[in-house]
Write a protein that binds this ligand. Structure first.
Ligand code: 5AD
Ligand code: SF4
Length: 470
């Protein structure tokens, strides 16, 4: 929950911050509400938006109805994500009508997509502010312009590709922290919108990452997740080489009690050096999210993934050997254009072999401007949903069987909150990031705890604490 002073290489924004602060004081205070759609990268961006808002003198509202400024940080990964945003923005019209002077802003990935911005401009005249992922640090300027009478501010340029260090951060939690290490993506998987909406790959300096990680550990954070669209290509273009395993080793050397996680890894760049570094780490959680997307070599090639199913599986085998307790998760897309029944069976076979602990599966969703959108043989929706159900059923059986083996075992978990509707129970995670329902009192929150697994289900474990030495 900390904020950091706006100590920055961005003098104009610092000035605008002060100017907005004066305007807000004149008005007797203003409240802002930020809502985040999409991935952890977006959550992390929102933490910086909130840091900037607090720096400008806004307080944070608990609900949109109580806010003078609503900011939606949007996601464009699938059509469904976009439709949710359009629907929810539509609903803001009525709220705004009841609160004259309220400002509504949209930012994030969708605002880097021309079709989405056009639709907002034409059909949602009550939206006051639109800005993309490249200019987040200019929020003070945008708000200054709005508060001094500009009708509508729209900034979706992609020219600014610098990394702006030193933005204030307001983190939602006190136990777990997101730490971006790189931005953008150069991979151009043919289904994916990310390279278009988040631009070219660029890495933060290892010193900057280390400084932020050290401060987090000193502030009492117990889990740090390094973020990037493809963390394994971290450090490309540095004059002094520092690849991702080297960065991990540097952070692993920090003193303190914490788990270090990272996401997302691209299998084409995940190396045995990465696995060896994880296996040797003191703080690095033995947990790997390694999206495979498909088990068919033809589909993988059409997706431009640049690995084969066999190469992927050989890395998985190496990792499991190096770390027998490894927890492995993946992303899979069903119904990529042209995916045949047989190719889908190859995905099922790979899933059986990889024995994932958890999986995120998605129906392929055509994204405007991507090569796959224009491919022939789009798979009918009913076929996609049937394959999806079959895949999920298989995964459920695998996860259930794997979790069942944990029953009766002793594990270390990190409790991170209270169960909302279950007094006497906490939410916790294992080192492998498996969800645990823990019968314990709230004073355990934020303290690593030895537990015994009392029962196991497909998506979660139940546990009770054990006293050391018992
Ligand atoms: N359709 C469906 N799923 C997608 N993903 C990315 N783009 C698409 C798309 N167009 C999935 C991938 C990725 C995850 C974050 O979202 O599986 O790993
Ligand atoms: Fe995250 Fe991609 Fe969605 Fe952007 S489009 S929020 S990078 S998942």
């Amino acid at each position: 929950m900390e904020t950091k002073q706006f100590q920055t290489a961005l003098p104009e924004q610092a000035l605008q911050c002060a100017q907005v602060r004066a305007l807000i004081e004149e008005r007797g205070g203003l409240r802002a509400y930020v809502h985040t759609y999409g991935c952890q990268q977006n959550v992390s961006d929102s933490e910086r938006l909130q840091g900037l808002l607090l720096e400008m003198g806004y307080s944070l509202a608990g609900a949109p109805e109580d806010a003078d400024l609503i900011l939606y940080n949007t996601c464009a990964i699938r059509e469904h994500a976009e439709n949710r945003v359009f629907g929810n923005v539509g609903a803001l019209k009525a709220i705004k009508a009841r609160r004259p002077g309220m400002k509504i802003g949209l930012c994030g990935c969708m605002m880097q997509q021309e079709h989405a911005v056009q639709r907002i401009l034409e059909k949602y005249p009550f939206v006051d502010l639109i800005f993309g992922t490249h200019v987040l640090h200019r929020l003070p300027e945008f708000l200054y312009r709005l508060l001094t009478g500009e009708k509508r501010v729209v900034e979706t340029g992609t020219e600014d590709t610098a990394i702006h260090e030193g933005l204030p951060v307001h983190r939602d939690g006190r136990i777990k922290a997101w730490l971006p290490v790189m931005y953008g993506c150069d991979n151009f998987c043919t289904y994916c919108v990310v390279p278009y909406v988040r631009g070219r790959e660029r890495s933060r300096a290892p010193e900057a990452v280390e400084r932020e990680a050290r401060a987090l550990v000193q502030a009492g954070y117990r889990e740090i997740t390094l973020l990037g669209q493809n963390v394994n290509s971290y450090g490309k273009g540095f004059s002094e080489p520092c690849g991702f395993p080297a960065l991990l080793r540097r952070l692993d050397a920090l003193e303190g009690e914490f788990w270090l996680r990272f996401m997302t890894s691209h299998p084409k760049d995940a190396t045995r050096e990465l696995i060896d570094t994880m296996a040797a780490g003191r703080h690095i959680a033995r947990q790997l999210h390694l999206p495979v997307q498909s088990g068919s070599d033809r589909v993988l090639a059409a997706m431009n993934r640049r690995y084969t199913a066999e190469r992927y599986l050989s890395l998985v085998r190496y990792a499991r050997e190096a770390m027998p307790s490894l927890t492995l998760s993946t992303d899979i897309i069903v119904g990529f254009p042209g995916e045949t029944e047989e190719e889908f069976r190859e995905t099922l076979a790979l899933v059986k072999e990889a024995q994932y602990d958890s999986m995120f599966a998605f129906l392929y969703s055509p994204r405007p401007g991507t090569p796959a959108e224009k491919m022939e043989n789009q798979v009918p929706h009913e076929v996609k949903t049937r394959r999806f159900a079959e895949l999920m059923q298989l995964q459920e059986e695998i996860a259930k069987a794997k979790n069942r083996r944990l029953q009766g075992q002793r594990l270390r978990v990190l409790p991170d909150g209270v169960q909302p509707h279950q007094p006497g129970f906490l939410t916790a995670r294992t080192e492998g990031n498996i969800f645990v329902n823990l019968a314990a009192s709230p004073d355990r929150i934020g303290r690593f705890t030895e537990v015994e697994i009392t029962s196991a289900h497909a998506w979660m474990l139940k546990a009770k604490p054990v006293e050391p030495g018992a």
